[in-house]
Design a protein around this ligand. Structure first.
Ligand code: NAP
Length: 244
């Protein structure tokens, strides 16, 4: 897989799955723009990746003004976007009974509204034959306690992907979903080890995922090797969804 001269945008590329994906695309020759809210994290990612092919942009996906800034950056670059990875997201775990309006709004503003309008604003900038990958979660198609609002955001992501795959097919743009299972990233830093171990024990492959393993699936879907794959939902979860 060679991405030389390809332009890649990854929302939420300063940590976890987004950062691992940025590294993988850079290794394969792409020019990559990553976004995130925290400028220190973006700076750390830049030092970590250490490539002239990496650009960073502070942009909060939940703010339409920040999405406009991202669009302006793309317009001013004078280039088309070949790969768009809509990855930025947050997780909050509450039972339905305990979910406040603030928690619900935070989840939907970032995971759904932000993703939707980033896609909308960047559609005109996608090259013919571009690849769009939306990062969902295995919880979008299964039932887990404490995940009601988060799972609902990810089911919405799946629905947006299906519509986008249909609407953009005329331009030969492929749209796919990658649905990770529990993956070792900063998102799960607060999860106690015993809970991670219990989850790992329920995975057919008996471990949780690494960010690089999710990145490999994303890069594959962006590659010419996936040229006939659109509208798919790729679970990258060690087999957990077998049991759904
Ligand atoms: N890790 C898992 O177990 C797992 C499982 C299934 C699905 N996923 C999904 O995979 C995606 C990445 O998760 P991860 O585990 O890599 O998370 P992570 O380690 O917490 O990293 C999240 C990234 O998104 C950025 N971000 C968060 N909110 C943002 C916003 N409002 N605007 C722009 N950037 C934002 C973060 O930077 P800032 O905080 O600086 O903004 C960071 O770069 C998410 O959509 C998540 O739901 C993760």
């Amino acid at each position: 897989m060679n991405f030389t001269n390809k332009n890649v945008i990854i929302t939420g590329g300063s940590a976890g799955i987004g950062l691992a994906t940025a590294k993988t695309f850079i290794e394969k020759g792409a020019r990559v723009l990553i976004t995130g809210r925290n400028t220190d994290s973006l700076q750390a990612a830049s030092i970590d990746i250490n490539s002239p092919n990496l650009k960073t942009l502070a942009s909060d996906i939940s703010k339409l003004t920040d999405i406009a800034t991202l669009e302006k950056e793309v317009t001013e670059s004078g280039t088309k976007v070949d790969v768009l990875v809509l990855n930025a997201g947050i997780a909050k775990q509450y039972s339905i009974e305990d979910t406040t309006e603030e928690v619900f709004d935070d989840l939907f503003n970032i995971n759904v509204k932000g993703l939707f309008f980033t896609l909308q604003k960047l559609i005109p900038h996608l090259s013919e034959g571009a690849s769009v990958i939306l990062i969902s979660s295995g919880v979008s198609v299964s039932g887990y306690a404490q995940m009601g609002a988060y799972a609902a955001t990810k089911s919405a992501v799946d629905a947006i992907a299906r519509t986008a795959a249909t609407e953009l097919a005329d331009r030969k743009i492929r749209v796919n979903v990658v649905a990770p299972g529990l993956t070792d990233t900063p998102m799960n830093q607060q999860t106690p080890e015993d809970i991670k171990n219990a989850i790992a024990a329920a995975v057919p492959l008996k471990r949780i995922g690494e960010a690089e393993e999710i990145a490999n699936a994303i890069v594959f879907l962006a590659s010419s090797g996936a040229s006939y794959i659109s509208g798919s939902y790729l679970a990258v979860d060690g087999g957990v969804t077998i049991r759904r």
